[in-house]
Each structure stands twice: as structure tokens, then as C-alpha cells.
Design a protein around this ligand. Structure first.
Ligand code: PLP
Length: 381
């Protein structure tokens, strides 16, 4: 089912620079599979900017997450702890390979995985913790890192929202031994569908290349390190086409401008709605002083569920689309098999009934944003 078009949509993608020019270049070069010029440029930019040992662009963030499960050797019966308040892929990429997701509640302030609950969730079968930097605001990585080290667990950061954000001065995506990015159209930087695997522990690099190339050592072959390539491991087809990488590079190379544009949108909402929200008991995003956020979204926290419905309706009547996802994963139909029950994660259960996410995209004009702000100021509730 597709959403009806709104005068002001929740999200839309736009051209940031030379995307089309680069697509023409890669098509003209006659080589549009993966591992070509623009894929390599994207990877080099991510490595150089973030200072990660390796970055591999992939078909999606979901696929990059799947690769992390394979790289960590996770097996049926193993457990992975992740926030219940996240996109389904954070869990499903592991579930697909038989791993059991253990859903953790979130902090009421940042809506990030609540690290204080981790000690109660870690068992002898826990293998990894997968924090999601919700809205591009860093999770409490000091404490998560301490617990992971103490229990011998891997950390995989789901950094789909957090590219170019920082926690205590350090880039998000550089804390876990592995981290994943999304370039889906709903993310700050996009090529429609795409992702990346960031490898902070170089032990994983060689196998990651093989898993991404259908279980073959084709990457080594391309570099001239072997004279033929062959089937050496399990794997799948996780390589990004260079057509998409060309689009992606057009966005990545101007990332500071994209982030600046989004910062501006975020700060205009935050300033314009401060008094209005305070007078009505409506919450606004909280960014701790030690976090530099990635400007991924702007949300309001209504006092109750009726307020959520009413505000979304109020905006809809003015042809403005605001949304309320996620729904907590532990209460989803598929998660019933692990016995998720109402009351397990009270913060996420309350947040999901109260949150309203406002239209937020790179080329949201001031005029359109003013229409959203005026509609909100006009809200009778
Ligand atoms: C968007 C998103 C994903 C999935 O990204 P795809 O590139 O569409 O696979 C995973 N995790 C989170 C937190 C996301 O927001």
C-alpha cells in the first residue's frame, strides 16, 4: 500500500551534487557491476573520513547486518541483544540465520538502548550487543563497551541513523568491531537502496570480502593477488552496483553540506517549537552534551496516545505527512515466538504511542517548513 501524496511529504530524496554526472561516467566506462571506480571512491571516502580500517559498500544495511552475523560466526541458539525500538532489520538479519534476538528497552531521554538494563539480559548464550544510535544520537558507548569487554561480547553498531555523528568526540560507527550504515532513501545520504559495512577489527576484512562476493576470493583476484578466483566459503551477493555507487559518491563527497542543511532544518524546528511544546507538555528530542548528533530526524513526544493521533490528523488535514513508527519489535506478531509480552519494555511501549516524527529531508524549503511549523502552532490540543 503506498502513502497518498502529500503537499509536504514525510521524506523525499533529492540531488545534492554530481550524482547524475557520475552515473553517466560509470555507464560510459562500460563497467557497472560492483567494485568499480565509484564503489572504490565511496569506500575510500568512508575510510579516510571516519578513520576505519575498512569500509565495504553493500546492497543494503540489512545485508551488511547479515554479514556481521556471519563474520561473528553466530549460530542457532546464540543470542544477540538489541533495542526493541528499532527497524525490523536490526533483529531480522540475525533471525534469518537462526539467532535469537533479545529485546532491550530504551532510555526515556534519548530513546537509545538502555545500557542499565544490559546486565539483566546477558546470559551464557549472549554473543553480541547491537546498539542503534537512534535519530543519530550516540548510545552510551562507554558503558556498553565496558560490559561487552567484561562478558567477552562483540559490539555491532547499527549506525543507519548516525553517519557523521560523534560520541565523546569519536565518530559513531568506530566503536564496535563491526558497524553498519544505510543509504536507503529515508537516510541522510542515499542512493535509493544501499548500505555499508565498517570493519574496525581488521581480522574480519578478508572474510568480509569473500562473504560479499558469493563466497569467492574474487576481490583478491581483482587486485591480482591470486591468478584465478574460486569458491572458498559461504557467502551471498552483497556487492553494490557501481551505478548506485556513482549516485552515492555524488552525495558522500558533499556530506558536510548535506549535514549542514539538515542541521538547519532541525534547529529551526527546535527553536520555533520550544515555547509551544513547553506550554503543552510536549517533549522534544534530547541530545546529551557529550553527543554530536547526526541530524537524522526531528520528533515530538506527545503527552498521550490520543495526542499522537490528534496531532497526526491535524497535520494531515493540512496536507502534511507526519509519522509515528517504529512499533516495538517485542510486541510484533513474529516476535510472539520468543514470548514478548506487553509490559516487557514499558518505555518503548509508551514512546511508540506518543511519538510524532515531522517532515525532515535535505531540501525541505524554509517556506514548506514554515507551513509545518504554522500548522503545529495552530494545534488546539
Ligand atoms: C533503515 C534502517 C535499517 C535498514 O536499512 P536498509 O538499508 O534499508 O537495509 C536498519 N536499521 C535501522 C536502524 C534503520 O533505520
Amino acid at each position: 500500500m503506498s502513502q497518498p501524496d502529500h503537499a509536504i511529504p514525510f521524506n523525499r530524496s533529492s540531488i545534492a551534487g554530481r550524482e547524475i554526472d557520475y552515473i553517466q561516467q560509470t555507464v560510459a566506462a562500460g563497467q557497472i557491476a560492483g567494485n568499480r571506480q565509484f564503489s572504490l571512491k565511496c569506500q575510500e571516502l568512508l575510510r579516510a573520513t571516519l578513520g576505519v580500517p575498512e569500509a565495504l559498500v553493500t546492497t543494503s544495511c540489512t545485508h551488511a547486518l547479515e554479514m556481521t552475523g556471519l563474520l561473528l560466526g553466530l549460530e542457532p541458539g546464540d543470542e544477540v541483544i538489541l533495542p526493541t525500538y528499532t527497524f525490523v532489520s536490526t533483529a531480522n538479519a540475525y533471525v534469518l540465520h537462526g539467532v535469537t534476538p533479545v529485546f532491550c528497552d530504551i532510555r526515556p531521554d534519548t530513546l537509545n538502548l538502555d545500557e542499565r538494563l544490559l546486565p539483566g539480559l546477558i546470559t551464557s548464550r549472549t554473543r553480541a550487543i547491537v546498539p542503534v544510535h537512534y535519530a543519530g544520537v550516540g548510545c552510551e558507548m562507554d558503558e556498553i563497551g565496558r560490559l561487552a569487554a567484561q562478558h567477552g561480547l562483540a559490539i555491532v553498531e547499527d549506525n543507519a541513523h548516525g553517519l557523521f555523528g560523534k560520541y565523546r568526540g569519536r565518530w559513531l560507527g568506530t566503536f564496535g568491531e563491526l558497524a553498519v550504515q544505510s543509504f536507503h532513501e529515508t537516510k541522510n545520504i542515499t542512493c535509493g537502496e544501499g548500505g555499508a559495512l565498517l570493519i574496525n577489527d581488521p581480522r574480519h576484512t578478508e572474510r568480509a570480502e569473500i562473504l560479499r562476493e558469493k563466497g569467492t576470493d574474487r576481490a583478491r583476484y581483482f587486485r591480482g593477488q591470486v591468478d584465478k578466483y574460486t569458491w572458498v566459503d559461504v557467502g551471498s551477493s552483497y556487492v553494490m552496483s557501481d551505478v548506485l555507487a556513482a549516485f552515492l559518491y555524488g552525495q558522500l563527497e558533499v556530506w558536510p553540506a548535506i549535514q549542514q542543511a539538515r542541521q538547519r532544518v532541525w534547529e529551526r524546528y527546535h527553536g520555533a517549537l520550544a515555547d509551544w511544546a513547553a506550554q503543552r507538555g510536549i517533549g522534544r528530542p534530547h541530545v546529551p552534551d557529550h553527543c554530536e548528533q547526526a541530524w537524522h530526524m526531528y520528533y515530538l513526544m506527545m503527552p498521550d496516545a490520543a495526542g499522537q493521533t490528534a496531532l497526526i490528523q491535524h497535520l494531515k488535514a493540512r496536507d502534511i505527512l507526519a509519522v509515528f513508527h517504529y512499533r516495538p519489535l517485542h510486541l510484533s506478531p513474529y516476535a510472539a515466538r520468543w514470548g514478548g509480552r506487553e509490559g516487557d519494555c514499558p518505555v518503548a511501549e509508551s514512546v511508540c504511542d506518543r511519538i510524532v516524527r515531522l517532515p525532515f529531508y535535505n531540501d525541505l524549503s524554509e517556506t514548506d517548513q514554515d507551513r509545518v511549523i504554522e500548522a503545529l502552532l495552530d494545534y488546539p490540543g
